[in-house]
Design a protein around this ligand. Sequence first.
Ligand code: FER
Length: 416
Amino acid sequence: MKLTCKLVTVLFAAAWTLSPLHAADISGQWRGEVETPMGQLKMILSFQVDGEKVSGKTAVDFGGEKHESPLQDVTLTGDTLTFFETVNHDGNTFRIDYTGHTANAAADEISFARKIGDFGNDTFVAHRIQAAATTAPEPTPAERARANLNRAIVLGPDDKPAFPDAPAGFNTPRENIAHGKTAKIEYDSKTVGTRRKLQVYTPPGYSAERRYPVLYLLHGIGGDETEWQRFCTPEVIFDNLLADGKMVPMIVVFPNGRALPNDSAEGNIFSPEKVAGFAAFEGDLLHDVIPAIESRYSVQTDRTHRALAGLSMGGGQSLNFGLAHLETFAWVGAFSPAPNTKPAAQLILDPAATTKQLKLLWLSCGNRDGLINIAQGVHATLKDNRIPHVWSVDGNAHDSTEWSNNLYYFAQKLFR
Ligand code: FER
């Protein structure tokens, strides 16, 4: 009896190991060399196996031209491994499909066939050059966040500029025009429980005799209430636009969007605690910043005279808070929005109401910005729901040229 039991167990175990449905261990790094009509392509394939889930990436060196891309739809069934990658070459995006035969994976060998778009096939054998680290260290939130910045960029047909680069001199100070003032202000925040700083631009000739619309302009993950001034000289852009009669006189408020008792951009700016401060700013903005401004400045206080915009983390905040509070803001702008942007389905709860209430929704990103997938996702959802918006993709990266340029055009559209 005991023996039979043991025999059954042994047979079972043997059947399990031999079963073609039991996938081979493919984790680790594999090197392959592919002979293509255009020369030799060297490739490192890396696979991570996490239970049933397999993920990976390719790192390719093609005659000195290097690129990395994530593997998509990695599936390992029996001895067959399939996945694809999307490659961007000379402005064209195409798909490479891989089929691997893994029967000899235990001997560190996988043979692959590739199908390159609609125009080619080849085969190669990859050899394992490094086994998987037995305990892959979990990436820290900071590493995960930074990795996001290096994502492969895939452009779609809509991803084009909506306007040219700002004209020469748009951000050059001019002597012979009137200048606005930028003041440093403090306010008591019930939300954070501290006294907080912000900056306020008032246009030339600001007078309590009239009431002004207000733009709240938010900074990025490494910034604070002074970041826009360090990056982009917004006061110069506004003074010049006003002098040329291209902008409605408005007050522009630069708050600190990290609503924490310690709201400095020092230390690990990607830490979950610091990032959480950007979400908490919703309460500070609505309940503390806006009332402080409206009690001290001569401003119009209805939704059609309030705009919310920002760069990167501030772009994500503008979408998250602006679209959730159309009773407060009718003008919303996101320049290079960051991964703090809520999933698109959560941003647009009621497409018809959103369309009806918004005066302007502005979404932009540079086509060299590794975060562009965030803005692309928002654009796709807006388009699916037929929500009118500006979608502009130009040739910049995640940089101040991008933000200055967008501020220049966005400011001209406001409050008209
Ligand atoms: C991230 C990558 C970038 C992220 C935030 C950023 C919260 C923000 C960048 C910026 O504000 O410039 O993964 O996660």
